[in-house]
Write a protein that binds this ligand. Structure first.
Ligand code: HBI
Ligand code: FE
Length: 291
């Protein structure tokens, strides 16, 4: 028998993969873990998160009564702002199911909270990542429209071989995106937002590249799933992101079929380079892995 850290894994699923959050079943320790994750990250964010995050977090009352939020009650608050709801799921849902939720303004959030042993880092999304990272930005009307457009784009993408392209767009924006505000870089991606170490790394380290947003370039770029990113892409506004997605992707997909894929750390003459990384951190990591 394997030790199951996610007690929702075998919960009964609806056709759309949603489950019962069973909010009453979180233990006091789990609520306390949420509160500690929340407080640690909250104090890092002033001056680092995009303008609007902290306001949204407060409006949404993200740490209601100092513990894990109840997704129904949170959804009632979020729905008033942008029409979105947050629905509980057990773990990653199939791509089509994920796209369908987004296209209908539902964000699927994992119900389980990471175990204490993985307080700082876990690879799979838990409720802290999914809610603290993804939900405040859904209170932004422009970003929330982009997320819905992304879901519709996913449903329209009939050819399976473009899913990697769409997944890269999601990765480099929704998960690991940076935004320029008043001449400064700020974070908005959920993967950064829910990680104190990556919050500092993405903004302050010399190691990664920081490149101006370019939809087609992003769709051709591999990414790293188990460490900090080698490249972060920087948008100028959520409007820029939304507009890029309001074009027909068909001609882009056609070009991409013949195009090479770039390594995660690649930089070329065509890129709008904001800072070229030293890659010191990544070299150290690979030396550790291959001594
Ligand atoms: N399911 N619950 C959940 N959360 C995600 O972020 C998610 C998913 N399924 C598929 C998926 N993401 C990605 O592969 C899509 O961006 C393509
Ligand atoms: Fe995520």
């Amino acid at each position: 028998m394997t030790l199951e850290k996610n007690r929702y894994r075998n919960a009964p699923k609806n056709a759309d993969y949603t489950i019962d959050q069973a909010w009453e079943s979180y233990s006091p320790e789990e609520h306390d873990r949420w509160a500690r994750l929340f407080d640690r990250q909250k104090q890092l964010l002033p001056g680092r998160a995009y303008d609007g995050f902290i306001d949204a977090m407060n409006k949404l009352d993200l740490s209601e009564s100092g513990g894990i939020p109840n997704m129904e009650r949170l959804s009632d608050r979020l729905e008033k702002l942008t029409g979105w709801r947050v629905v509980p799921v057990a773990d990653l849902v199939p791509d089509e199911v994920f796209f369908d939720h987004l296209a209908h303004k539902r964000f699927p959030a994992g119900a389980f909270i990471r175990p204490e042993a993985e307080f700082d880092y876990l690879q799979e999304p838990d409720i802290f990542h999914d809610i603290f990272g993804h939900v405040p930005v859904l209170a932004d009307p422009v970003f929330s429209e982009f997320m819905q457009a992304y879901g519709k784009g996913g449903l329209d993408a009939s050819e399976d071989n473009v899913l990697p392209n769409l997944a890269r767009l999601y990765w480099y924006t929704v998960e690991f995106g940076l935004i320029r505000e008043a001449g400064e870089l700020r974070i908005f991606g959920a993967g950064i937002m829910s990680s104190p170490a990556e919050t500092k790394f993405a903004l302050e380290s010399d190691s990664p590249n920081r490149l101006g947003f370019d939809l087609e370039r992003i769709m051709r770029t591999d990414y790293v799933i188990d460490d900090f990113q080698q490249t972060y892409f920087v948008i100028d506004s959520f409007e820029e992101l939304l507009e890029a997605c309001y074009q027909d992707f068909t001609p882009i997909y056609q070009r991409l079929r013949k195009a090479d894929t770039f390594d995660a750390g690649h930089v070329s003459d065509q890129d709008r380079v904001i800072s070229k990384g030293t890659h010191t951190y990544f070299k150290k990591q690979s030396a550790k892995a291959n001594p």
